[in-house]
Design a protein around this ligand. Structure first.
Ligand code: ATP
Ligand code: PRP
Ligand code: MG
Length: 229
C-alpha cells in the first residue's frame, strides 16, 4: 500500500465502517494481510474512531445494520457487512452500494425455524396464515411471497428464538450457524433461505474519486478473502 498512499497531511484518511464483535474479529486478519494493524480494541475502548498503523486508513465502529448507511452516504468509503444486512438495506435503498468482494467471513444461513413438533409443511400445504417473527422482514416477505405462503410479519430486533416459545409467532426467520441456539430452545430449521457471509461494500463516489488509494486495499482484501473460501 505504502507506495501509493497519499502523503498530503490534509487528505482525509480512507474510512472503513465495521461493527464490533465477530465482524471486527474476523476482519483483523484481513487487515493484517493488507499490512494494517489496528491501534485499539473496540471491545475495551469507548472510542468510535480507531486509527491504524497506516495513517491513511481509519476505522469507525457502528452497529452492524448501520454499516450500509454510513457507506451509502459517504461518511465511510468502505464497510464490511453481512449479506443479511445488505439484503434488508437494498430493499429500502436500491442501487446505492457497490459490493465487489465476498470476504467469506461470518458465514451462516438465513433460515425458517419452528418449534419442535410444529408441523410446518402441513400448515403450509393447508394454506394456514403463519405468524413469522424476524429482524429480516424484507427477506422474509420475499421468501414467503415466492412460495405463495400468507404471513403476518412481526418485526423484532433480537432474540427471535424466543418468539415461538411464548406464543408470539409460529415461525422465525433468523441466522443459523452451529445450530446451538435453535437446539437450546427446542427449535428446528425447516427451510434455508440464503447462505450468508460478509461483503466489502464501497461508496460509489469514493470508488471514482479515490480509486488509486482504494484499489491496493481492495486487492489485498480480495486476496486474503480467498484463503477463507
Ligand atoms: P446488533 O448486536 O447490533 O443487533 P448483530 O446481532 O447483527 O447486531 P452480530 O451478531 O455481530 O451483530 O452480527 C453481524 C453479522 O455477522 C450479521 O449481520 C451476520 O451476517 C453475521 N452473523 C450473525 N450471527 C452469526 C453467527 N452465529 N455465525 C456467523 N455469522 C453470524
Ligand atoms: C446469532 C443469531 C442466532 C445465533 C445463531 O446471534 O441471531 O441467534 O447467532 O448461531 P448458532 O447457530 O451458532 O447458535 P448472536 O450470537 O449474534 O447473538 P445476538 O442475539 O446478540 O445477535
Ligand atoms: Mg448477532
Amino acid at each position: 500500500m505504502s507506495s501509493q498512499t497519499n502523503t498530503n497531511p490534509l487528505a482525509l484518511p480512507i474510512t472503513l465502517a465495521l461493527s464490533k464483535g465477530r465482524i471486527f474479529d474476523e476482519t483483523l486478519p484481513l487487515l493484517a494481510a493488507a499490512g494494517i494493524e489496528v491501534s485499539e480494541n473496540p471491545e475495551t475502548s469507548r472510542k468510535l474512531i480507531i486509527g491504524t498503523s497506516n495513517p491513511m486508513v481509519r476505522l469507525i465502529i457502528v452497529r452492524a445494520s448501520d454499516v450500509p448507511t454510513y457507506v451509502e452516504y459517504g461518511a465511510a468509503d468502505l464497510g464490511i457487512a453481512g449479506k443479511d444486512v445488505l439484503i434488508e438495506h437494498a430493499s429500502d435503498h436500491p442501487g446505492g452500494l457497490y459490493q465487489p468482494i465476498d470476504l467469506n467471513i461470518a458465514r451462516c444461513k438465513l433460515c425458517v425455524a419452528v418449534r419442535k413438533g410444529f408441523d410446518y409443511s402441513s400448515a403450509v400445504k393447508q394454506g394456514a396464515r403463519l405468524r413469522v417473527a424476524t429482524k429480516y422482514v424484507n427477506a422474509a416477505r420475499e421468501h414467503f411471497a415466492a412460495k405463495g405462503v400468507y404471513v403476518d410479519l412481526i418485526k423484532l430486533y433480537g432474540s427471535m428464538e424466543l418468539a415461538p416459545l411464548v406464543g408470539l409467532a409460529d415461525a422465525i426467520v433468523d441466522l443459523v450457524s452451529t445450530g446451538n441456539t435453535l437446539k437450546a430452545n427446542d427449535l428446528v430449521a425447516v427451510e434455508d433461505i440464503v447462505e450468508i457471509s460478509s461483503r466489502l461494500i464501497v461508496n460509489r463516489a469514493s470508488l471514482k474519486t479515490r480509486h488509486a488509494e482504494l484499489q491496493p486495499l481492495l486487492d489485498a482484501f480480495e486476496q486474503a478473502s480467498r484463503s477463507h473460501a
